[in-house]
Design a protein around this ligand. Structure first.
Ligand code: ADP
Length: 397
């Protein structure tokens, strides 16, 4: 078995995956860490175990999570741990076995992802402490995008900023884009290393990626996960002059403005109502004009970005939707694809309404020149695949 750990600033999520069958054996989460309402919940072979964590922080919560797990699962059956790490910078271009030097390097990249890498490291330290006898492997959100060409990864700013400060586009959600890209190739009955895909991950965070022959050649998120598409609470692209303007007219600091762009913008900011697409679609149906506008901006900007990414592909073999919105919001897919007629994209209304469930993921008409697919993402499974490959390689040394 492989244990997957995703440690965030106030939560730890775990998934236990069978190494051979890739089946999910157990799923756990500790939430509101550090808060009096901190709680832990495990689903292990269909049984739910809930408990109060009494304000526990990462290390104590990790200990509790592992003790519950090891009451039901033989600890010695776990052969490795995979840790999600958000930012690998330019240093980490593939999943990497963790040791003190690698941990120090991840730490040194924290300035690129101050909200994420330190929280990821808390989980790594705690897990290694409680399971020192097995390999721990870091899987980076940025790694899948490491080979983007310079024309896609550099900004048109002084070149020295790249060398001095690491200013470039890194991209995120790599594990998800890689997974759904591979799955789409299987569905299309083609080699992943021989197709050109637009993968569209629409969750709370949203990004789209252009994949050529198994490699990400461009993506919408950039130096930080704020660039690109409109998201639940994130603005995506804005005029770079906006910070200065808002600072002058409102007196806010740069940090406060960045916070508004991260937490109070996107679907929430425009609708003034919610960051949740389900709620906005229901409100739009009830005639809420701002909800309609939020959904329209979301789809328009998405379509515009996909058309832009098509430049990186030259030829588009398929468009693949994933994530909570991508997998479930047929209206969002329909509005977006309607705007992409110039790429030859079309939907089959019934297939789209059924999210491709009865058509092997296809939501485009039978025989369409540009297949459009819905593929459920599974980042835990993909991390388990990466970890498995490293464990197998070690065994073969
Ligand atoms: P995260 O990025 O946190 O993993 P998800 O991938 O679960 O998030 O996506 C969350 C988004 O998916 C929310 O905006 C939610 O409203 C949307 N979503 C989930 N189910 C549906 C649905 N049936 N219809 C429309 N939107 C949905």
């Amino acid at each position: 078995m492989i244990l997957i750990i995703n440690s965030g600033s106030s939560s730890i999520k775990m998934a236990l995956i069978d190494k051979l069958s890739e089946a999910l054996l157990a799923e756990g989460r500790a939430e509101r860490l550090g808060d009096v309402q901190a709680r832990l919940s495990w689903t292990i072979t269909d049984q739910v175990h809930d408990m109060d964590l009494q304000g526990a922080r990462h290390e104590a919560a990790m200990l509790q999570m592992l003790s519950v797990l090891f009451c039901h699962i033989e600890k010695t059956g776990i052969v490795a741990v995979g840790h999600r790490v958000v930012h690998g910078g330019e240093r980490f271009v593939a999943p990497t076995l963790l040791d003190d030097a690698v941990i120090a390097e991840i730490q040194s990249l924290s300035h690129l992802a101050p909200l994420h890498n330190p929280a990821n490291l808390l989980g790594i330290h705690a897990a290694i402490k409680h399971m020192p006898e097995i390999p721990h492997i870091a899987v980076f959100d940025t790694a899948f995008h490491h080979a983007m060409p310079l024309c896609a990864s550099l900004y048109a700013v002084p070149y020295r900023w790249y060398g001095e400060y690491g200013v470039r586009r890194y991209g995120f959600h790599g594990t998800s884009h890689h997974y759904v890209g591979q799955q789409a190739a299987l569905i299309l009955d083609r080699q992943f290393s021989d197709c050109r895909l637009l993968t569209v991950h629409l969750g709370n965070g949203c990004s789209a990626t252009a994949i050529v022959d198994g490699i990400s050649v461009d993506t919408t998120m950039g130096m930080t996960p704020l660039e690109g598409l409109m998201m639940g609470t994130r603005s995506g692209d804005v005029d770079p002059g906006l910070h200065d303007f808002i600072a002058r007219v409102s007196g806010k600091t740069l940090a406060e403005i960045t916070d508004v762009l991260n937490r109070e913008s996107g679907l929430l900011g425009v609708s003034g109502r919610s960051n949740d697409m389900r709620e906005l679609l229901a409100a739009a149906d009830d005639g809420d004009e701002r909800a309609v506008l939020a959904v329209d901006i979301f789809c328009y900007r998405l379509a515009k970005s996909l058309a832009g990414l098509a430049v990186a592909l030259g030829r588009v073999d398929a468009i693949v939707f994933t994530g909570g919105i991508g997998e479930n919001a047929s209206v969002v897919r329909a509005k977006t694809i309607e705007l992409l007629e110039m790429l030859g994209a079309q939907l089959d209304t019934v297939r789209n309404q059924r999210h491709g469930q009865d058509s092997n993921g296809f939501i485009s008409p039978c025989g369409a020149s540009l297949p459009v697919l819905v593929v459920a993402t599974n980042e835990e499974k993909m991390i388990a695949r990466y970890v498995s490959a490293i464990v197998n390689a070690q065994e073969n040394i």
